[in-house]
Design a protein around this ligand. Structure first.
Ligand code: PHE
Length: 455
């Protein structure tokens, strides 16, 4: 059988937006603001940025480099760079991690579909509604959330069927652009509410009293999750990238976009929560955890002028962000099935849909009928969330950097960074990154990781 040549991204912009689309997701809008709320606002941002530069950027560069040089799915990429060795099982672990993340991610993606649908029926204009009960009843009911989870997963699959250029690249370009415009509108609405400024102050004046060892662990986990590193998504996308791209510049851009977007999402949420609390004369609660977006915000929208419009825009933004990330997760699994199991793209998408859909259904049911069923003391949803963000991604990060730093030859490494000497990147920058990859990142990640187990 003659295999079709592998697809590549069509343009640099398309590639950057697809990768940024993978990074920008629920992690930025749903998770970052409440993590920041819990961990001392700006103090958390500061620690997050340090983790990002010292530990996460090296992982991203390694993943990018392995993907571009290997030119295949994670399993084969490792195999091509270290033929016949056990390293390819790291690639397999990455595929597994992506499937696990997608399985719980699609549940929250499903919630955003439902909240968008609700906002379109003007449900968030009634300040008397009980949004806590509304959310609780919805996620614990046996059928509705399953339906939304599968709709979300179906939309993801539908985009992927069209392939890298016509599906992933084209849709990411459109969705990320729309997403930026929308979120800026929501920020403007939030910042023009009376009392919003206190929320901005909260975000940018650090409170170090809330910083503990746990803050560092949370910041690292959040950075890994938010940048989509450690589970083969960047690797898989990088395998569709041409040899002319600048690995270092692309990685830096993606990290920068992702962080700026997380801050913008924070500005859309935290000041609004402060403003409405101020209006009601109560203390603002920005540490509400996962409920911040689905419970606190609908309440906030219902009380602000033009609130329902803001709700529609906000939940549309949430959905777009979630989809551009879920397509990157599914593509890891799909590329693996196409290339290792020799199936067509359509069949690979169907298979991924079924696998992640079945696990996703269990994750969703763990908020309702299966809430009594525990794995290591955690509900199915929490179990997948925990083992991926706190174990699989950091372990993946360590293995990726160890591979790039120790198994690949230094000359090959520098050759990739400079595209065979064509890019004039100062040598000291290349060497700094090299030693960050070789020593600092694996040791740093391991120390924080072990600390989280023994503290
Ligand atoms: N980065 C995505 C987000 O912030 C989630 C994700 C994690 C996507 C890992 C791909 C891989 O929502």
């Amino acid at each position: 059988m003659v295999r079709k040549p592998r697809e590549t991204f069509n343009s640099r912009m398309g590639m950057l937006l697809a990768m940024a689309g993978s990074a920008i997701g629920l992690g930025n809008i749903w998770r970052f603001p409440y993590m920041m709320g819990k961990n001392g606002g700006a103090a958390f941002i500061l620690i997050y940025v340090i983790m990002l530069v010292v530990l996460c950027l090296p992982v991203m560069v390694s993943e990018y480099l392995i993907g571009r040089r290997g030119g295949s799915n994670p399993f084969s990429s490792f195999d091509r760079l270290a033929p016949g060795s056990k390293w390819r099982w790291i690639g397999f672990l990455a595929v597994l991690a992506s499937a696990c993340i997608l399985s719980f991610y699609c549940v929250v993606g499903g919630w955003s579909v439902r909240y968008l649908a609700e906002s379109l029926t003007l449900s968030f204009s009634d300040a008397q509604n009980d949004y806590v009960a509304n959310f609780g009843t919805f996620i614990s009911s046996p059928f509705k959330p399953l339906l939304y989870t599968l709709i979300f997963l179906g939309l993801t699959g539908l985009i992927i069927i069209f392939g890298v250029r016509k599906g992933i690249e084209r849709m990411s370009k459109i969705m990320i652009t729309v997403l930026f415009v929308i979120i800026v509108l929501v920020v403007i609405r939030a910042l023009t509410l009376p009392g919003a400024f206190e929320g901005v102050r909260y975000m940018f004046v650090p409170d170090f009293s809330k910083v503990t060892a746990q803050t560092c662990i949370s910041a690292m986990g959040q950075a890994f999750f938010s940048l989509s590193i450690g589970c083969g998504t960047i690797l898989t996308y990088a395998s569709y990238v041409s040899k002319e791209e600048n690995i270092l510049a692309s990685s830096a851009w993606i990290s920068f976009f992702d962080t700026v977007f997380a801050l913008i999402a924070g500005l859309a949420i935290i000041p609004a929560v402060y403003a409405i609390a101020y209006m009601n004369g109560v203390a603002p609660d920005v540490s509400a955890g996962p409920g911040l977006v689905f419970i606190t915000l609908p309440g906030v929208f219902s009380q602000m002028p033009l609130g329902n419009l803001a709700a529609i825009l906000f939940f549309l933004a949430l959905l777009l962000a979630a989809i551009t990330s879920s397509i990157s997760l599914m593509e890891v699994v799909v590329a693996f099935i196409i290339e290792e199991m020799h199936r067509s793209r359509t069949k690979a998408v169907l298979l991924s849909f079924v696998i992640c859909g079945v696990v996703g259904v269990f994750c969703s049911l763990s908020f309702g009928p299966l809430s009594g069923f525990k794995l290591f003391g955690l509900s199915v949803f929490d179990f997948f969330d925990y083992i991926t963000s706190n174990i699989m991604l950091p372990v993946g990060g360590v293995l990726l950097t160890v591979f790039a730093g120790w198994r690949l030859k230094r000359a090959n490494y520098l050759d990739e960074l400079t595209n065979g000497g064509k890019l004039k990147i100062p040598r000291w920058i290349c060497l700094t990154i090299y030693y960050l990859v070789k020593c600092v990142a694996p040791i740093g990640i391991m120390l924080i990781f072990l600390n989280s187990f023994f503290s």
